[in-house]
Design a binder for this molecule. Structure first.
Ligand code: GAP
Length: 453
């Protein structure tokens, strides 16, 4: 954690309510009382998260010639998770309260005293001496493959996407004829039976990861580790996240995951009690994964370096970022409430980077007459194949602007009396509130330039 505590307010509760009301994020299976820490993305949320994932894919795969894409399956051979160390190592110690039946992590700071002894007090019901000694609990979800539910048919829902990349390392390398150093990237779902999920989409049991594994020659890994740390921080800044709310955190020996030689988190300041928290991990995984898969599968996974006529297991530098957690960072970073000069009513704004905003422009006829709705509808239809736009003719114009501010739409295009006469429209900037007159013919080009300058 960075030394300084957060100075930003807690906006999570307000965001949960805005996200539900405006269709960003709903609780899963809400009509049945909800499913624990699982969330559904509504019409605006799915666009926001997709824009984020597309941006990651573009920067990792499309814009470079040394990283290949992959989409590996969620279900994998069960031996994969023995080799990866997850069957034995992906565990949290848990304690149970015999009285209230609640379950806690053994390191829960609210537990006073040593669990399993008569002194320890339950943080939920307050009883003394009712907490069990810690037991290890594996975080992987188990299910069965095929019609027989026995131990031979157990498979796991992957707890990270990375393993799908390691087991395909040689398939991808040989198919693409990439030479080390090169990377493989994928976006996909991961599942963890988290004991203390919560804080909206910050820690959930089903989530999406965007992971890239970069395979390098042993001895060059320190260089590539630094390179990827900087690249990834730069990428987070490019999303419009406030640079003052981003920080590196180096893992201590005790914090390192079982596979890591060295690790840095990229943290974002979520404000309130959460403060600075990890959104991405950059790890030097050594040759741990490839050597374990080689050992457990009995198949050689060495890379053949033709110029030097030498075979070796590459070292892996991993960058692993949560799509949901970064979506939450975008929402927290963007949320603001402000007064509007000269107006009684304030406004709530999601100040997203225009390239990430779910809707790029609201299109409004000033009034519902004199040819304005017709011209505005025409404009909306012309723009729609190029950008997500929203046509709205209901209510006072100020109200319509505010509805778009609240969902982060960067531009408000209004068709007024002058528009019908001279073919110009006004474009209102969400953040500065400045209005500019632009020729309707130029609007597409104008928006394109302003969305991705
Ligand atoms: N392959 C390495 C790996 O999985 P991790 O630090 O456990 O590393 C990487 O996870 C990222 O995945 C985290 O920085 C976070 O953004 C996201 N993540 C992990 N667990 C999560 C959860 N339960 N809910 C939401 N996001 C999660």
């Amino acid at each position: 954690m960075p030394e300084s505590a957060t100075t930003h307010p807690d906006v999570l509760e307000k965001l949960v309510s805005l996200c539900k009301r405006r269709g960003f994020i709903f609780q899963s299976s809400e009509i049945y009382g909800g499913t624990g820490s699982v969330w559904d993305y509504g019409p605006l949320g799915v666009e926001l998260k997709k824009n984020l994932k597309d941006r990651w894919w573009r920067s990792m795969v499309r814009a470079r010639d040394d990283i290949e894409g992959l989409d590996a399956a969620i279900l994998m051979h069960p031996r994969v998770w023995e080799a990866s160390g997850h069957v034995s190592g992906f565990v949290d110690p848990l304690v149970d309260c015999r009285h209230c039946k609640k379950r806690f992590r053994a390191d829960d700071p609210r537990i006073k005293g040593e669990p399993g002894t008569p002194e320890a007090q339950c943080p939920s019901c307050g009883m003394k001496g009712t907490l069990s000694a810690p037991r290890l609990f594996n975080l992987m979800f188990k299910t069965f493959m095929g019609p027989v539910e026995d131990t031979a048919s157990i498979v796991y829902l992957r707890p990270e996407t990375a393993q799908g990349i390691y087991v395909n390392f040689l398939n991808v390398q040989q198919a693409t004829r990439q030479k080390v150093p090169f990377g493989i990237a994928q976006i996909g779902k991961a599942f963890r039976n988290e004991i203390t999920p919560g804080n909206f989409i910050f820690r959930t049991r089903e989530f999406e990861q965007m992971e890239m594994q970069f395979f390098v020659e042993p001895g060059t890994d320190a260089h590539w580790f630094e390179y990827w740390k900087e690249q990834r921080m730069q990428w987070h800044r490019s999303l419009g996240l406030d640079p003052a709310r981003l920080a590196f955190h180096q893992h201590t020996k005790e914090e390192l995951a079982h596979y890591a030689r060295a690790a840095f988190d990229i943290q974002f300041d979520f404000g309130g009690t959460l403060g600075f928290q990890e959104i991405e991990g950059v790890h030097n995984r050594g040759d741990y994964d490839l050597s374990r898969h080689q050992e457990f599968s009995g198949k050689k996974l060495e890379y053949f370096d033709q110029p030097n006529n030498r075979r070796y297991l590459p070292v892996v530098i991993e960058t692993s970022v949560g799509a949901d957690r970064t979506t939450l960072a975008l929402l927290v970073n963007a949320y603001r409430e402000e007064e509007v000069p000269g107006e009684a009513e304030g406004r709530t704004v999601l100040g997203f980077h225009p390239a990430l905003a779910p809707i790029k422009a609201g299109i409004f006829p000033l009034v519902k007459k004199d040819g304005m709705p017709e011209m505005a509808t025409r404009l909306a239809n012309d723009l729609r194949p190029h950008f997500p736009v929203f046509y709205d003719e209901s209510g006072a114009i100020g109200r319509r602007y505010r509805r778009q501010d609240e969902i982060g739409t960067p531009f408000g295009i209004t068709v007024d009396g002058q528009s019908v006469a001279d073919g110009t429209v006004t474009v209102r900037d969400r953040d500065t509130l400045k209005q500019e007159r632009v020729s309707a013919d130029r609007l597409r080009e104008y928006l394109r330039e302003r969305i991705e300058p």
